[in-house]
Design a protein around this ligand. Structure first.
Ligand code: XMP
Length: 504
């Protein structure tokens, strides 16, 4: 097992994914994790991620004794600065945050660069360097005349100024693999088949013949969690799916088909459309809408739960990135919208979170192994408040139906064009604008539909996706032909920032 000490940047997640892809189990823990806890985990190696330079607190709180545990350490970026300083060395901190692929000369005799070329393209800030290399360390890479990687072969301590973990760098991946396999002698034993069979055993042992409840949203995480738990305990699982009237077209039917018909899971579908729309009447402020939807969801769930007796466990589709976010000492705050559609805080159940060790792509793999169809497993993200954040202004059934129809056509055409896996997220928006148009010589005054399509790695920064013009025309024509109340279709070409992915 590899332990990643997270210094607060977004890097640790990339490191984690890269390690898991190499079939090695890893966990991410915060920089202030105590030495005792680190020892108790008994890792085969430690990786200290990059982070925000100059963070005095991080430097103070990270226990430097980790370098004396006899456990191999790979320190990256800011992490390597902490390491050299612990050995009385010195590193330059760049003034600007400019990174690019630079040609770096490496020492092929070092285990870290084993099997690689002598000159590698690696992602680095060209200002970065080790100015004073501590005693006992060798220089193993340089950029121009600057030292950018060091090693203490005997103690197995490595420091690099470049970022090998970033996606798309084969050389970087090889460097991480060399650390895992050659320096730490890890075996590639982490695989999803084993995870599934072990989890089923664990759930069986923990739950026994007690009863379990699951709030199913139809999204990837709760769906996979539900099917996994069902494999372990069968009919002792009951799933509750709330139709709040803000779902996409045929979404409820799809959930019923998959969970009730295919997997034979006890499924309660609550038709709460009227109830939600009544509560939302006259509400136009986006945050207020979210609040009303979130609160009403809790009420509905509580009511359903009170009808069931003897429930001991509640399944949650928590996944590893949620765990990391909430575990970082208030530094990384869980986005407020994660709580929308969340559950009451005072529920008196034990939590069952079978996916809490997994990254999203691993959850998808588990879903595939469990036989869940691609329609669910490869689903794009869909916000908890559903179409509530895509239908601007007051939410009415009429407007939501228009949006549902247009969105369905849009998704259908994207899928037919084979772009559904390539575009990270795409959906229609009803901006609540009516404009003048003409149909069969008659003046019309109808709704506008906006189309959004983006690509991103982590939803923090996103780029609009250039859908081919002929496809856009086809989508636009179909929407205006088939959705009676729409006479205009526009395409959103804004990146995030300054826009967000959703319109509200
Ligand atoms: P934004 O609009 O903030 O969206 O750029 C980033 C990602 O988060 C999703 N999103 C939500 N998910 N509840 C959710 O569960 C919400 O209220 C919510 N708002 C945005 C959005 O779809 C995108 O993937």
């Amino acid at each position: 097992m590899i332990l990643i000490l997270d210094l607060g940047g977004k890097f640790s997640r990339y490191i984690g994914r890269s390690i898991r892809e190499s079939k090695v189990y890893c966990e991410i823990v915060p920089y202030y994790y105590s030495l005792e806890k680190i020892k108790a985990k008994n890792p085969e190696g430690i990786i200290i991620s990059g982070g925000e330079p100059n963070e005095i607190v991080v430097k103070e709180k990270l226990d430097k004794e980790i370098f004396n545990l006899g456990i191999p350490v790979l320190s990256i970026g800011f992490g390597s600065e902490i390491m050299v300083e612990a050995f009385k060395g010195k590193a330059t901190i760049p003034a600007e945050n400019d990174y690019e692929y630079l040609k770096i000369k490496v020492d092929k005799d070092s285990l870290l660069f084993n099997g690689l070329d002598e000159e590698l393209p690696l992602w680095m800030n060209e200002e970065y360097a080790f100015d004073v290399v501590p005693e006992g360390f060798n220089k193993i890479a340089n950029y121009k005349n600057k030292v950018v990687a060091i090693e203490d072969e005997e103690r197995k301590l490595y420091g690099v100024k470049f970022h090998p973990e970033l996606e798309g760098s084969d050389e970087g991946k090889q460097i991480i693999d060399n650390f895992l396999y050659k320096v730490c002698s890890c075996g590639s034993t982490w695989n999803m088949d084993e995870f599934v069979s072990e989890s089923i055993k664990e759930i069986k042992a923990r739950v026994g013949d007690k009863k379990v409840l699951c709030a199913l949203s139809g999204g990837v995480d709760s769906s996979v969690a539900a099917v996994l738990v069902h494999k372990a305990i069968g009919d002792n699982l009951t799933c509750v799916f709330v139709d709040h009237g803000l779902l996409r077209k045929y979404e409820k039917e799809q959930v019923e088909k998959v969970f009730r018909d295919e997997f034979h899971i006890n499924l309660i579908v609550v038709d709460a459309e009227d109830r939600f729309l009544n509560k939302l009447e006259g509400v136009t402020d986006p945050e207020q809408k979210r609040k009303v939807i979130g609160e009403e969801f809790i009420r509905v769930f509580e009511e359903e739960q009170s009808k069931l007796t003897d429930i001991d466990f509640l399944v949650q589709g928590t996944i590893y990135p949620d765990v990391i976010e909430s575990g970082m000492d208030g530094k990384v705050v869980v986005k407020s919208h994660h709580n929308v559609g969340g559950l009451p805080e005072d529920i008196n159940f034990e939590l069952l979170e079978p996916l809490r060790q997994l990254f999203k792509d691993e959850v998808r793999e588990v879903g595939r192994l469990l036989g869940i169809s691609s329609d669910i497993v490869d689903r794009q993200p869909f916000p908890g408040p559903g179409l509530g954040v895509r239908c601007l202004g007051e939410l009415t059934k009429e407007k939501l139906d228009i949006l549902r129809d247009a969105d369905y056509i849009y998704r259908d055409e994207i899928k037919k064009a084979g772009l559904d896996k390539e575009i990270w997220q795409y959906f229609a928006v009803l901006p609540n604008i009516r404009s003048v148009g003409v149909t069969h010589g008659e003046r019309t005054y109808k709704h506008t539909i906006a189309l959004r399509a983006i690509t991103t790695k982590d939803a923090m920064v996103a780029k609009w996706y250039p859908i081919p013009l002929d496809l856009l025309e086809k989508i636009s024509t179909r929407i205006t032909d088939e959705v009676e109340q729409v006479n205009r279709v526009v395409y959103d070409i804004s990146n995030k920032p300054p826009a967000t992915i959703e319109w509200e």
